[in-house]
Design a protein around this ligand. Sequence first.
Ligand code: CTP
Length: 275
Amino acid sequence: DMFAHPSTQQNLDRLRSFGNRIIEPAEGELASHLVGKGRMEEPDKIVAVLDDFFASQIQLEKKKIVITAGPTYEKIDPVRFIGNYSSGKMGFALAEACAGQGAEVTLIAGPVSLKTVHPNIKRIDVESAEEMYHAAMEAFPEADAGILCAAVADYRPDVQATEKIKRETKGEMTLLLVPNKDIAASLGAIKREGQILVGFALETNDETAHAEGKLKRKNLDFIVLNSLRDAGAGFRCDTNKITIIDKEGEATAYPLKSKQGVAVDIINKLATLLK
Ligand code: CTP
């Protein structure tokens, strides 16, 4: 009765609609001795099914993957910065999913309040675009792939005041901004034969044209496009709706999914290129 209850069934439907795979024993297989549907399976059988499931999912065994994630903060003075709304959730979901598929992950994270769980994730915390650039340039030459998920600030204040800037009595103030390095383009420029580089594009208009421009300009192998016009996509949410565009110009659109589900789609694409 508990299994048949609409709340339980709704939860299962919801998980399925987010692209999660629900492992259900085939009729007569694991559930053979069960009195009814929904009865808990013996724990050792659950473990055996999970082992099989994850063994069949290992697509990135020993691959070295560098991932950038989160926002960057560009310091104005000791108490203020220019930042953005990136939560880092997409990049962290990718890091966990890559590690779960056997990869050795270097996660270069901007300031976020997220934890890493998998032991095969080496995390490097940075604050500014400049720090992220140096960490990425150091890690990428050793890597099989780079996934550039961070929302990097394109500009930083040309001077960072060492003391707190006081309120001006005269009214307006001007901050002069100077450009940061483009991490994706810099890695694209040093990319070796066989290395794969994946970028993201969060757009509000002319999405495909902008994404294709970035793919070429940054020498990426594919780009993950999400549009702020789609509900449930982009910053500060747990879901995302993506289109993957590769350098052959092939575009694949995916339905709205959890960021974990989206990570699996991106990894499946990456795995076909790393083989
Ligand atoms: N990116 C990066 N370093 C930067 C800017 C962007 O590595 N300084 C990466 C992002 O992580 C993302 C891709 O480049 O994978 C596209 O980022 P986006 O901000 O959309 O690109 P821009 O070139 O900054 O384009 P614009 O701001 O004009 O849309």
